[in-house]
Design a protein around this ligand. Structure first.
Ligand SMILES: Nc1ncnc2c1ncn2[C@@H]1O[C@H](COP(=O)(O)OP(=O)(O)OP(=O)(O)O)[C@@H](O)[C@H]1O
Ligand SMILES: [Mg+2]
Length: 609
């Protein structure tokens, strides 16, 4: 990964989370290199936070209305006029789509809360445009304040002076990373002509950069000014970083090279869709059981923004810590919810009777409040907390991770008392370090990552990657259904050409190279589709265990004079946070940039040998 370009004066890191987003920045050439995290989210609503809900509100025509707290607030207010509310498109938790959608491409759609479908790309672009605008305003404002005594200072940073970082889950597939990069370009963050202006940083890696540099006293329940890094370097054994976000559990394991101090990945990223929002899903299930599925479904359909308000209130209340005299949480119920219950069930006593069908005393309604005991709140956390702890335990049982002694817990969900308790109970012999601000570890770390991306020297492949290609047909080894007949030759198509194997540790600068030729003399563009498998190898891209990564490398080859004899060399770097490809015209030595494209249909125009 390239070192920071000399012309960049400021680094801005955007943490685009499933539930919350924010950004931080640093002035690279300032005498004091302090990292700032933007703290003014929600000011318009009379609050101030360092992250804002990843929520977007568009009008009926798909035009931008609001982002973040302001979107939540405006959507809530629309509850008053129900018709408008149903027309507006409110989006949240849409980042999950990039992980779950197998056939991700630029036409992929996402559903708004009024069930209307809208292109996911546009939703991401609009959010990023807003974040970009807010971030550039913030750096220019601070810059102006600090330069007020300097008459020669430029009033604003030029776009090319900014180095952008966007953080993404380490477990994302190639297509999800590519989708994010495309969205950033469309939002005016870097461009295909200058791709290095945007770094996609992996969330748990960024957190690792941050946590290592902190003194012990910056972690919950720890004391001492000694910096964690010194202890880790001295111990010389791997440590684990667990990012518990709203949508994703993202785990990485690092070790430090004793000779040069570089960080090496010890295990490929692990995790899954095990985030804090599962607690909200359990709450929704609980509501269905308590009040009846029909009542809840009718309410959601009729008053979608009131339902949103109720969920937001639960979001605040679920954070209550168990103290001496609080044995339940109380959530104010929206008026329309009470009216709906009155209509379908009856008055308070009838409602409580309905609730008692499922919950004897754990859930109740009184004076327009929904009361839930702390034990029941713990029950809502249990399924996801257990899954997270199980996943960590199964990783820790692997032979290569027997030495892990330290575990960093970052991400907002690491605040959850029920998670913290379960982790301490399940891993009593580990050193568990949770920073005081776990939800900000990723923003801080991403800024640090941008300054020193090559400190992390090598990464471990989670899968075997290859490209789909053709070779000369050999009837002794190739099945006849794979035969592709051309007037000049017979090919075997669908070959899985392995580039890297699962479990291999790849250095940042290591390239995997392959030479190839076109199979059609007149084609002016050659493309390879990327595939992966959890097996060590595969023969054909159609093998059962092989999945398409939904991206192709697209190589321009406008000069067709040499027809079938245009030898090109494909070089792929796997050790970075993204796959980087480059193509060399072997005959002329010309180097061409190849680009990765999201695909929806398969294309095959190449052959080896
Ligand atoms: N005290 C708490 N108790 C329970 N859940 C909490 C608490 N504090 C935060 N959370 C949950 O943590 C999640 C937010 O964490 P974070 O901001 O790290 O996620 P994100 O960055 O939006 O998601 P991701 O990284 O998965 O894309 C939310 O689901 C929120 O409800
Ligand atoms: Mg996050």
């Amino acid at each position: 990964m390239a070192a920071l370009d000399d012309q960049r004066d400021v680094i801005i890191a955007i943490d685009f989370g499933t539930t919350y987003s924010g950004f931080g920045y640093v002035f690279v050439k300032a005498s004091q290199d302090r990292i700032y995290v933007f703290q003014k989210w929600g000011r318009g609503q009379g609050i101030s936070y360092s992250k804002t809900p990843t929520a977007l509100l568009l009008n009926e025509e798909g035009e931008f209305l609001k982002f973040g707290h302001a979107a939540v607030e405006m959507y809530r207010k629309q509850a008053m006029s129900q018709t408008d509310c149903k027309k507006l498109m409110y989006f949240e938790k849409f980042k999950l789509l990039l992980h779950s959608e197998q056939d991700l491409n630029e036409r992929t759609e996402v559903e708004a809360s009024n069930r209307k479908k809208w292109p996911a790309m546009d939703v991401f672009v609009k959010c990023l445009e807003y974040l970009k605008k807010t971030a550039t305003n913030a750096i220019n404002e601070r810059h102006l304040r600090s330069a007020k005594d300097n008459p020669n200072a430029e009033p604003k940073y030029k776009p090319e002076q900014i180095q952008w970082i966007i953080t993404i889950p380490a477990i994302w597939r190639i297509s999800a990373k590519e989708f994010m990069r495309k969205a950033a370009y469309k939002a005016g963050i870097a461009s295909p002509a200058d791709p290095d202006q945007l770094i996609l940083a992996l969330e748990p890696e960024a957190a690792s950069y941050y946590c290592r540099k902190l003194p012990f006293e910056m972690f919950k329940g720890e004391y001492g000014k000694e910096v964690v890094k010194d202890t880790l370097d001295e111990e010389g054994i791997p440590y684990m970083v667990v990012d518990n976000g709203g949508g994703t559990l993202d785990i990485t394991v690092h070790e430090v090279n004793a000779v040069d101090g570089h960080i090496l990945e010890k295990h490929c990223p692990a995790g899954g869709l095990y985030g804090g929002i599962h607690v909200d899903e359990e709450f929704e299930k609980m509501m269905g059981q308590a009040f009846g599925e029909d009542v809840i479904n009718n309410f959601i359909k009729q008053f979608p923004s009131d339902w949103q308000t109720l969920m937001n209130r639960f979001e605040v209340q679920k954070r209550a810590e168990e103290e001496v005299d609080n044995d339940e949480i109380s959530i104010p119920l929206p008026l329309n919810f009470i009216n709906t219950c009155n209509h379908y069930i009856g008055k308070d006593e009838a409602i409580n009777e309905r609730i008692r069908v499922f919950y004897s005393r754990e859930v109740s309604v009184s004076s327009d409040y929904l009361n839930i005991t702390m034990n029941t709140l713990g029950d809502l956390h249990r399924p996801i907390v257990t899954k997270i702890a199980d996943r960590i335990q199964s990783l820790l049982s692997e032979d290569s991770l027997q030495d892990v002694k330290t575990m960093f817990f970052v991400g907002g969900f690491s605040e959850a008392q029920f998670l913290r308790r379960e982790i301490s109970r399940r891993f009593p012999d580990k050193r568990i370090l949770i920073p005081h601000d776990p939800q900000l570890a990723i923003i801080h770390g991403a800024v640090e990552f941008a300054r020193e991306p090559s400190l992390l020297r090598a990464r471990v492949m989670g899968k075997t990657y290859g490209v789909g290609t053709c070779c000369t047909f050999d009837p002794r080894i190739h099945p006849k259904e794979k035969k592709l007949v051309r007037p000049w030759k017979e090919y075997c198509c669908d070959i899985f050409e392995t580039l890297v194997k699962k479990g291999e540790r790849i250095d940042l600068e290591e390239t995997r190279a392959h030479s190839f030729l076109p199979i059609d003399p007149d084609c002016t563009e050659i493309s390879f589709r990327f595939y992966s498998t959890n097996q060590d190898d595969a023969q054909f891209v159609t093998d059962r265990e092989v999945v398409s990564e939904n991206v192709t490398v697209l190589i321009p080859s406008p000069d067709t004079t040499k027809g079938l004899n245009r030898r090109l060399r494909l070089e792929v770097k796997f050790g970075g946070t993204e796959i980087k490809v480059q193509v060399t015209d072997v005959e002329s030595g010309n180097v061409r940039k190849a680009s990765l494209q999201l695909v929806a249909t398969s294309v095959l125009h190449s052959r080896f040998h």
